[in-house]
Design a protein around this ligand. Structure first.
Ligand code: SAM
Length: 352
């Protein structure tokens, strides 16, 4: 019988099944991070016995796990035991500058939410957003905030590399989470002062971080809900990073109206997000991330670059431009006119 498939078919088939079994690669990484295997083995090799003792884990399971982690390249196995592989030390050792351990914790938490994708697909998110088991909630928030810090530590440097923030004097980091961007921007530009606006839990961590960098005289925090509470005024820059994807269309519009009111004439708003192209398919990370928002928020999704640009225009922002930060992250930059345009008002009623 003639061969029905090509080498390319086989390769694609393999890639497909590898994706479908992706959890088998992902879970050992996430669980090893969670129980502290990488932290324990960050700087010195340890024997199986030492590891089991330190982590209070099952001997047989630990042995299989360590071998698998070595097989994936995360650990090095030698006669002295197991140790974090040097190439991963800069990401998985807790003191590393490019540490991603908190992001991995956050990804682990997401599994419990993503598992409900089928139910959400069948019944809609509105009917499925009921509270998750309570034991996840508290820790989840802490992990989420710390994960934001991991991610923003790198992306803020990218912003500084690609966008000149030297002209700005007083900025608002709206939904600034742990304050990572405000800290990075203020450290780079010594004339800049900042306000970090967020809900109470992220601000608790932001205050610790601001104090750690000895910046309490230049960065203040403001607590509240940016859809309901005052966000301050007099800013010449408002930075809105990874915020709009968790909001509905209407919430974004309301938030941007507040941004417009809080800016000085000629002030700038920068919206950083996973913007989609016109097809709403690409970049693939952005359309996948929309699912994450479907699962985790009442009205969020990934937004189109063009639709967000059009909204800014409708809200009378101008000089709108986009800057690519990473293959799937862009920043939309827009300015308010220097002098507020006079609104055309129709005279009604009697003349004087
Ligand atoms: C995905 S994080 C982004 C944090 C930070 N801007 C960054 O880029 O790393 C979203 C942040 O917005 C905050 N946030 C969401 N809704 C908010 C609201 N209604 N009022 C104030 N903060 C809000 C969250 O608490 C969280 O810190």
């Amino acid at each position: 019988m003639a061969q029905q498939f090509t080498k390319r078919d086989l390769k694609q088939r393999e890639a497909l099944t590898a994706t479908s079994a992706g959890f088998m690669r992902s879970l050992p990484l996430l669980v090893a991070n969670r129980v502290g295997i990488f932290a324990l083995l960050a700087h010195k090799p340890k024997s199986l016995r030492q590891i089991v003792r330190a982590l209070h884990t099952d001997r047989e399971a630990t042995q299989l796990m360590l071998n698998a982690l070595a097989g994936q390249g995360y650990l090095r196995k030698s006669s002295s035991g197991f140790m974090l592989a040097p190439v991963y030390r800069k990401f998985l050792a807790p003191d590393a500058r490019l540490y991603v351990g908190d992001t991995l914790q956050h990804h682990y938490n997401l599994i419990f939410r993503w598992i409900r994708l089928e139910d959400i697909l069948r019944h809609g998110r509105k009917n499925m957003l009921a509270a998750l088991p309570a034991e996840h909630d508290c820790q989840e928030t802490e992990h989420f905030i710390r994960a934001m810090e991991n991610i923003s530590r790198v992306s803020s440097q990218e912003v500084l590399r690609k966008i000149n923030l030297a002209p700005y004097r007083f900025m608002l980091d709206l939904g600034g989470g742990p304050g990572t961007a405000a800290i990075a921007f203020v450290r780079r530009h010594r004339h800049l002062r900042a306000v970090v606006f967020d809900l109470p839990d992220p601000l608790r961590i932001a205050r610790q971080e601001i104090a750690r960098y000895k910046l309490t005289h230049r960065i203040h925090t403001l607590e509240g809900d940016f859809l309901a509470d005052p966000i301050g005024t007099g800013y010449d820059l408002i930075y809105v990073s990874n915020i709009i994807h968790s909001l509905s269309n209407d919430e974004i519009r309301r938030m941007l109206v507040k941004v417009r009111q809080a800016l000085v004439p000629g002030g700038t708003v920068m919206i950083k997000d996973f913007f989609l192209d016109r097809d709403f398919v690409n970049p693939p990370y952005a359309s996948l991330f929309a699912i994450n928002m479907l699962i985790n928020t009442p009205g969020g999704r990934s937004y189109g670059y063009d639709e967000t640009r059009a909204l800014l225009k409708r809200l009378r922002f101008d000089q709108i431009r986009g800057v690519h930060l990473t293959p799937h992250t862009r920043i939309l930059i827009a300015r308010l006119p220097k002098i507020a345009r006079k609104r055309k008002t129709k005279r009604r009623g009697t003349s004087p």
